[in-house]
Design a protein around this ligand. Structure first.
Ligand code: ZN
Ligand code: ZN
Length: 408
């Protein structure tokens, strides 16, 4: 068995809102971060398919490389929507699709054409009228190739399958008879395994974590990823490992950083002269005690509402981490992670450890980092490695949590 670091959800320049992102830059960033396998993003969008096919070479079954050691896996995100009886609004849920080869991509493009779906953006829509039609479509997708994988993405965000916007109480309501083919979920930036593992529908599923990045920046690529135990470094082995829950651990954002972590209203809302946010004791009808308007349910409370406390015992290994460039910037009191002094220290550290992942896995950080690295930076790196950082106050109502490193 080998352990690989995989970040299987990204977007290209075609997803909108971002410029062109070159595979060359991504490959260089992967190398520094220590990411072995990276999801290409947007592989279903025909211009992107052509670009990938032209630039990548298959190096092992279903994995492709840009010249060098990088390994890419063909991946896209799609937005699935349908109507369910008893729900006034359409259910919308983002999903990852992982493809074993370019032939399967072309077959799915044909299906989209047959169904009349516009495949004109990086992250296309798959819409269906009701759950019966959706079930048929999902089976047709799966029948393209036994190793094609359909994974609910960032499941607790508003447009994730279990998010507060959808307000679903079970996965079966959405997937119907296809439910047994859902074997993996993506935790997303807004939740971690400790928040999800008591949710009955997720108990038997594999949890993976991905960056969902729209850029090749060092604080975006691999900001979340999974360590997977595989038989070989190829696509069939990765899918086999994911389906059999061979996750060594996931590397996660601290969800308290997220903008919708807690239920609350920020200070600059109408009728407010101060902010209000809730952890466990919150008004059940979500009425704000200050302005009397309705608050959005935070991810923390949404997870708790789905949990069964009878499910005990944490069997998901994970750690919270902050991208190294952000730790360096914070230690220097600099806002921009792209500043020359941050990059200079980053490169020095990578020259010593080889990759960012190797740094985080090292038990000799203080010994290995020499005098050229500021002591404050070393201290903060060690604090982050110990998990000694918090977001206080946590994020709520559109505000990110406030990072404090080494508070203990
Ligand atoms: Zn998404
Ligand atoms: Zn309010």
């Amino acid at each position: 068995m080998i352990t690989i670091a995989a970040d299987l959800h990204s977007h290209s320049g075609y997803a909108g809102g971002v410029g062109k992102i070159s595979l060359e830059k991504i490959a260089a960033a992967m190398q520094m971060k220590g990411i072995d396998v990276f999801g290409t993003g947007d592989c279903l969008f025909p211009p992107r398919t052509a670009e990938l096919q032209k630039q990548l070479t298959e190096t092992s079954d279903g994995l492709y490389s840009f010249p060098g050691n990088s390994r890419f896996l063909l991946q896209t995100e799609i937005i699935i929507s349908t109507r369910l009886i008893g729900y006034p609004r359409k259910i919308i849920a983002h999903h990852l699709l992982l493809f074993p080869d370019f032939t399967s991509i072309r077959k799915v493009q044909d299906l989209f054409r047959k169904w009349g779906m516009k495949n004109t953006i990086g992250r296309p829509f798959l819409t269906s009228e009701n759950c019966v039609q959706l079930e048929d479509q999902l089976f047709e997708l799966q029948n393209v190739h036994p190793l094609l994988e359909i994974i609910p993405a960032h499941i607790m965000t508003p447009e994730g399958i279990f998010g507060s916007r959808n307000n679903l109480t079970s996965l079966k309501e959405f997937y119907g008879g296809f439910i047994d083919r859902i074997r993996i979920i993506e935790t997303g930036l807004s939740a971690d395994p400790s928040m999800l593992q008591q949710i009955p529908d997720l108990e038997k599923l594999t949890f993976i974590s991905n960056s969902d990045c729209h850029s090749s920046a060092l604080n975006r690529i691999g900001r979340e990823f999974s360590l997977i135990r595989c038989k070989h470094l190829d696509y069939p082995s990765i899918i086999e490992a994911l389906r059999n829950n061979r996750i060594e651990m996931t590397i996660e954002f601290n969800p308290a950083e997220g903008r919708f972590f807690l239920t609350g209203h920020r200070a600059d809302r109408q009728g407010h002269d101060q902010a209000v946010s809730f952890t466990d004791d919150y008004p059940q009808d979500l009425t704000c005690p200050i302005c009397s308007r309705k608050m959005n349910l935070g991810v923390w409370q949404r997870c708790n509402s789905l949990k069964n406390p009878q499910i005990t015992g944490c069997h998901r290994k994970f750690i919270h981490l902050i991208p190294l460039v952000e730790v360096i910037a914070s230690s220097l009191g600099i806002k921009s992670v792209n500043s020359v002094s941050v990059i200079k220290i980053y490169n020095r550290i990578i020259a010593i450890f080889g990759t960012e992942l190797a740094l985080w896995q090292s038990d000799q950080i203080e010994e290995q980092l020499d005098k050229r690295i500021p002591q404050k930076t070393i201290n903060q790196i060690c604090a982050v490695q110990r998990g000694d950082f918090i977001f206080d106050p946590p994020g709520f109502d559109g505000y990110y949590g406030n990072l404090l490193i080494g508070a203990h």
